[in-house]
Design a protein around this ligand. Structure first.
Ligand SMILES: Cc1cc2nc3c(=O)[nH]c(=O)nc-3n(C[C@H](O)[C@H](O)[C@H](O)COP(=O)(O)OP(=O)(O)OC[C@H]3O[C@@H](n4cnc5c(N)ncnc54)[C@H](O)[C@@H]3O)c2cc1C
Length: 382
């Protein structure tokens, strides 16, 4: 439990800021979240919502362990959000199909299957016929697939709406459309958050501003996380229900179905600064990849195109916990797994605020970049 009346200000109402706010509020803190826009409308809205630590084949053991812990926590997390908000959230954990279209990829999937088996993770290698039975939308030239059980997706847009409502019913104040949001710190510690509506003192200030976390007004230079925007473009098609049954990876793209009949196709990864435009070449790349793997998709209407900015960090691990200023805490840099990492981030951050024990976050600390995180930031921009 937190000491009663602990006051926390969070900058950024994406999934990371909102989930952390909810966790802290449910442990007894007074929490206020500031966002310059509507909650959960940035990367947390743009993402595909895949929960896929094993299909991603993350090689960094610390990151994989964090992602796996968060995947395990997802069902209970969603249940809590649904309970607190009264909103339904679509969570599907019926496996992810990683499809191979040549022998080299099939060989890589076999190796991956062996690694997963050694680690005790349930996965099935499918031959061509079994792959087509599992995912009939795929083209006839598919060779086989690896299906990791227990992975899947959450509808991140619905989760964002539900989390914002859950926060508010749990006593969190969300300050939407806030202007001129700035952190205030003295030489030793965080003091609070200022916006055009005045100054909010807080004993803990959490930076959860996604790709913008490194450049928040008032953030001391030695506390700035080396986060850069990595743009992702996506589009969606309207398909008949069940036409694509499960989240499916194909060369150059992934296909993620939603219960409402949308099929999400993603995503590019581009280092182009804070550019959120959808481009002809980005959409073409995605459509080329998707239609090469599943030609029958070519008949369906495009319903939406969009782009968002992932908060990228130099080593692709999130940046969590302490900074050189007491009470100034980071929850950012989640790059391509921020939706997956939402539950575990909220728990770890709330534990840190409650205990001040930085040890569980050591592998994800700002301090891992050494004395000058700004050097890491510049290297990350290259
Ligand atoms: C195309 C795409 C596909 C993705 N797919 C997946 C996926 O399948 N699975 C997965 O796990 N992850 C995925 N991600 C990554 C995931 O979306 C992000 O890692 C995650 O949403 C980051 O959440 P966040 O809360 O840190 O940031 P955001 O959601 O970006 O929220 C940051 C918030 O900070 C606010 N803010 C910024 N600056 C200020 C300021 N100065 N003052 C006040 N407020 C401010 C913004 O308005 C915003 O609301 C994807 C991302 C993209 C773009």
């Amino acid at each position: 439990m937190l000491r009663s009346g602990a006051d926390v200000a969070i900058v950024g109402a994406g999934l990371i800021g909102l989930a952390t706010a909810l966790e802290l509020a449910q442990r007894g803190a007074q929490v206020r979240v500031f966002d310059r826009a509507e909650p959960a409308r940035a990367a947390s809205w743009a993402g595909a919502g895949m929960l896929a630590p094993y299909t991603e084949r993350i090689e960094d053991r610390a990151l994989l362990a964090l992602c796996a812990r968060s995947l395990d926590a997802y069902p209970a997390f969603v249940e809590r959000v649904v309970h607190a908000s009264g909103f339904d959230v679509e969570l599907s954990l019926d496996g992810i199909v990683n499809a191979a279209f040549d022998d080299a990829k099939m060989l890589a999937l076999r190796e991956h299957a062996a690694e997963l088996a050694a680690a005790g993770i349930s996965a099935d290698l499918l031959d061509r016929n079994a792959t087509l039975a599992a995912q009939p939308a795929l083209g006839r030239n598919v060779v086989g697939a690896l299906v990791v059980r227990g992975e899947g997706y959450v509808d991140n847009r619905r989760l964002g709406r539900a989390l914002a409502a859950a926060c508010e019913t749990s006593g969190v104040t969300i300050v939407r459309d806030a202007r001129e949001v700035a952190l205030e710190c003295d030489a030793r510690r965080a003091l609070g958050v200022r916006s055009e509506r005045g100054f909010t003192p807080a004993s803990t200030v959490i930076v959860a501003a996604g790709a913008w976390s490194g450049s928040l007004p008032g953030l001391p230079e030695d506390c700035a996380p080396p986060v850069v925007p990595i743009k992702g473009q996506m589009l969606s098609l309207a398909i008949p229900r069940g036409f694509v049954r499960r989240t499916t990876w194909v060369p150059g793209a992934y296909l993620v179905p939603r219960e409402d009949g949308r099929l999400l196709i993603g995503a590019t990864a581009e280092r182009v600064g804070f550019d959120e435009r959808v481009t002809a070449s980005g959409v073409r790349r995605l459509l080329d990849a998707a239609l090469a793997a599943a030609p029958s998709l070519g008949d369906f209407s495009i319903t939406e195109t969009w782009a968002g900015l992932r908060p990228g960090s130099p080593d692709e691990r999130p940046i969590l916990g302490a900074t050189p200023r007491a009470g100034l805490v980071l929850a950012t840099g989640h790059y391509r797994n921020g939706i997956l990492l939402t539950p575990v981030t909220a728990t770890l951050l709330a534990d840190f605020v409650a205990t001040g024990d930085a040890a569980p976050l050591a592998a994800f600390s700002l301090a891992r970049f050494g004395k000058d995180a700004r050097v890491a930031a510049r290297m990350n921009e290259v």
